[in-house]
Design a protein. Structure first.
Length: 143
């Protein structure tokens, strides 16, 4: 009975350590760069992420990024930065391998929605108003 218990524990240990090892090999890495289409210069601060996943990275000063532990298979990457149009690319990730995805972004104007401010014409005391309120004396403004 003692040897059966030992074999059972040994089998459980093998299974416990085998699962994480096989799970780790089912991932790969994606590296790449992001450049400006017009100037051909690297773009810093671009968000590069795997669509449908929280996995992402940001480009460094040289426009380079690295995404580690990406699931094996074909994934869609999107690159975004304010002032540039977004770009999407499909990349195939192999087990334990490194895939490359380079992006070239074009400058694009960003249009914001309008902001509407309304006033009721009623005066409220600051304590009764739930919003942060401050006052500015017009004599303190430069003319």
């Amino acid at each position: 009975m003692c040897s059966a218990l030992r074999r059972l524990l040994a089998g459980a240990l093998v299974m416990a350590f085998a699962s994480p090892l096989s799970a780790q090999s089912a991932v790969g890495t994606i590296t790449g760069s992001v450049t400006d289409r017009q100037t051909q210069r690297p773009i810093e601060g671009v968000q590069v992420r795997v669509v449908g996943s929280p996995r992402g990275a940001q480009t460094d000063q040289t426009g380079q990024f690295r995404l580690a532990n990406v699931p094996v298979g074909t994934v869609n990457l999107v690159s975004q930065r304010i002032g540039y149009g977004a770009s999407t690319r499909a990349v195939t990730v192999s087990s334990g391998g490194t895939a490359t995805a380079d992006f070239v972004l074009s400058v694009a104007a960003t249009t914001l929605d309008q902001v509407v401010i309304t006033a009721t014409g009623q005066s409220e005391r600051r304590r009764e108003n739930g919003a942060t309120t401050s006052s500015i004396d017009s004599s303190s403004l430069n003319k």
